[in-house]
Design a protein around this ligand. Structure first.
Ligand SMILES: Nc1ncnc2c1ncn2[C@@H]1O[C@H](COP(=O)(O)OP(=O)(O)O)[C@@H](O)[C@H]1O
Ligand SMILES: [Mg+2]
Length: 149
């Protein structure tokens, strides 16, 4: 089973979409194995978005991500990394397909509701930034034999 890192960003929490977003992940059949609500610290945000440090939007991105509570989580399932990117939608919500989280609820690239790791390698790196190993729980959902052949 593949693991990915997902985070409901502060706009998702402030707009009351936490339940809606979690529900979409659950209904897909994916398994949430770690989750918390927290205000991301400046240090954690900078580590998380280190690849964007030279971008013109870096400072505003860090300010936004740390401005209000977020909900980081570890999501597990077959092809979890790419499946979660598909559920999240394209980076700019103006271009994301309807039916995706960003396409259904967003309009601005700086307020795109959800983060989802872009590769297995990124997922591993981001999980290690946001969670300790003992925070992930090991369990099976009762419905999994109806989700997987
Ligand atoms: N041109 C931009 N202007 C403002 N914010 C941006 C821009 N491009 C990206 N961002 C923000 O930085 C985050 C990280 O960018 P990126 O890794 O390219 O997208 P993604 O989140 O889809 O992986 C985006 O989700 C978005 O919040
Ligand atoms: Mg990215």
């Amino acid at each position: 089973m593949e693991q990915t890192f997902v985070m409901i960003k502060p706009d998702g929490v402030q707009r009351g979409l936490t339940g809606e977003i979690i529900s979409r992940i659950e209904r897909k059949g994916l398994r949430i194995v770690a989750m918390r609500m927290c205000q991301v610290t400046d240090e954690t945000a900078r580590r998380h978005y280190a690849e964007h440090v030279e971008k013109p939007f870096f400072n505003s991105l860090i300010e936004f991500i740390t401005s209000s509570p977020a909900v980081p989580m570890i999501v597990e399932g077959a092809g979890a990394v790419s499946v979660m990117r598909t559920i999240a939608g394209a980076t700019d919500p103006k271009e994301s397909l309807v039916g995706t989280i960003r396409g259904d609820f967003g309009l601005d690239v700086g307020r795109n509701l959800i983060h989802s790791a872009d590769s297995l390698e990124s997922a591993k790196r981001e999980i290690a930034i946001h969670f300790t190993e003992d925070e992930a729980v090991l369990y099976e959902r009762a419905e999994e034999r109806w989700v997987y052949e």
